[in-house]
Design a protein around this ligand. Structure first.
Ligand code: GDP
Ligand code: IMO
Ligand code: MG
Length: 429
């Protein structure tokens, strides 16, 4: 299986870190683990031998012996966050895997996060609930053709000219609209140059690197960040992130063509969570929601915010299957559902009196969507020790089978706990 994508099928935090780590540790040899979109807004948790690690900008493969990690051209890179994360791992006694960064990746400088936070404050009740990491402003600069790229850090003259150009417009906005102090270009240049020497040996043409690796039959794992419903095109716009976390975006963000991809795994929780603002049809405001939050430990890895919780939404699963061309689902956190007599699963929406089996065409309709539930039998047993399908209670097996049928993709594996080994593989191929 030379090229595998691991993508979020809901609103993020599905367990992509665990899925990546699992594949990296069980597949014969994973040569590369690649991030292709987003930045340090991601928070991916890996639990190895009971020890917990969280990665943000770094691919989860940073902990996998023998793997090389790649940050692709589609990622927005804060050099400050990059080295902070690397140094924190080193301080914990981890020897990080080798890291290669695309020369074409865009840079997040401190002014991007300043603008992110100021914009959110300005939006008031309409705020997106961003992570405040400068992701949106950095991608805005990229499409505005005002961005700074990693390669620019190695040419002081070009860097100074580009920073000046970028801040020209931004400073007008900061001072005249938001009533803030202007940002000095010289300070930004100095800050970015301070990372150049350490960064230089890591920088390469990562598209060339990855395509050559695939030509040689090496195994490349693309670790998605964010998720389908947070995609700027396919998600719940405007309550989305500013990149394309879907499968097509992975190709763009890596410089690898779609014909090279062998397997597209969608990671999906056995229920649903969301952080930040925006519509969420199956959201719960009752004690069931509180129980999912508590048992599932649903607190954000990057920002520490509580995640909103609700039941599984098969409409979202079918949508994710379609827009990503999923070949498999990895169903996580089934263990959290132990202890309910019956478990509601959303199979369709009712919107203004009309049943919708597929995602409605407009956001206005989606805002009005009310879930239509089917009720599946629950189970009482703790399943966190199960390692085979046969060990799962019959009702849990039936829940997995029902979700597989409703979602339109086979469930390759099921997570029954945060640990790498707490996994039930349903299909071995
Ligand atoms: P990511 O952003 O998609 O990598 O997911 P996060 O790491 O933000 O959130 C997923 C959380 O669920 C983490 O705390 C994981 O350790 C945990 N997790 C992943 N899979 C399972 C599972 O099968 N069962 C349980 N109980 N926890 C899991
Ligand atoms: P992982 O990779 C969950 C959400 C934010 C906000 C919106 C926009 O861990 O699944 P941004 O800072 O990206 O401009 O914020 O997107 N968001 C995530 N939610 N998991 C993530 O990443 C997220 N990354 C961004 O909460 O609603
Ligand atoms: Mg996360």
């Amino acid at each position: 299986m030379p090229a595998i994508m691991v993508l979020g099928a809901q609103w993020g935090d599905e367990g992509k870190g665990k899925a990546t780590d699992l594949l990296a540790s069980t597949t014969d040899s994973i040569d590369y683990v690649v991030r292709t979109s987003g930045g340090h807004n991601a928070g991916h948790t890996i639990v190895v031998n009971g020890e917990k690690f969280a990665t943000h900008l770094l691919p989860s493969g940073i902990l996998t012996p023998g793997a090389t990690c790649v940050i692709g051209n589609g990622v927005v890179v804060s050099p400050e966050a990059l080295f902070r994360e690397l140094d924190a791992l080193i301080a914990r006694g981890v020897e990080p895997a080798p890291l290669v960064v695309s020369a074409n990746a865009h840079v997040i400088a401190s002014y991007h996060s300043t603008i992110d936070k100021v914009t959110e404050r300005f939006l008031g009740n309409n705020k997106i609930g961003t992570t405040g990491r400068g992701i949106g402003p950095a991608y805005a600069d990229k499409v505005n053709r005002l961005g700074i790229r990693i390669a620019d850090l190695f040419d002081e003259k070009i860097l100074a000219a580009k920073v000046e150009g970028a801040l020209d417009a931004r400073n007008q906005l900061l001072t005249k609209v938001y009533n803030r102090r202007a940002i000095e270009p010289e300070q930004v240049v100095e800050e970015l140059l301070s990372y150049a020497d350490r960064l230089r040996p890591m920088v390469a043409d990562t598209s060339l690197l990855l395509n050559r690796a695939l030509d040689e039959g090496k195994t490349v794992l693309f670790e998605g960040a964010q998720a389908t419903m947070l995609d700027v095109d396919h998600g719940t716009y405007p309550f989305v992130t500013s990149s394309n976390p879907v499968a097509g975006g992975v190709c763009v963000g890596a410089g690898v063509g779609p014909t090279r991809i062998d397997r597209v795994i969608g990671v999906i929780k056995a229920y649903t969570t969301r952080v930040g603002s925006g519509p969420f049809p199956t959201e719960l405001f009752d004690e069931d929601g509180e129980k999912l939050w508590r048992v599932g430990g649903e607190v954000g890895v990057s920002t520490g915010r509580d995640r909103r919780c609700g039941w599984y939404d098969a409409v979202v699963a079918r949508y994710a299957t379609r827009v990503n061309g999923l070949t498999d689902l990895f169903l996580t956190k089934l263990d959290v559902l132990s202890g309910w007599d019956r478990i509601p699963v959303c199979v369709a929406y009712e919107i203004d009196g009309v049943r919708h089996d597929e995602m409605p065409m407009t956001q206005t309709e989606f805002h009005h969507a009310k879930p239509i539930y089917e009720y599946l039998e629950g189970w009482g047993e703790d399943i966190s020790g199960c390692r085979t399908v046969a060990e799962l209670p019959a009702a849990a097996q039936a829940y997995v089978t029902a979700l597989e049928e409703m979602s339109g993709t086979r469930i390759w594996a099921v997570g029954v706990g945060p640990g790498r080994e707490q996994t039930v593989v349903v299909h071995n191929d």
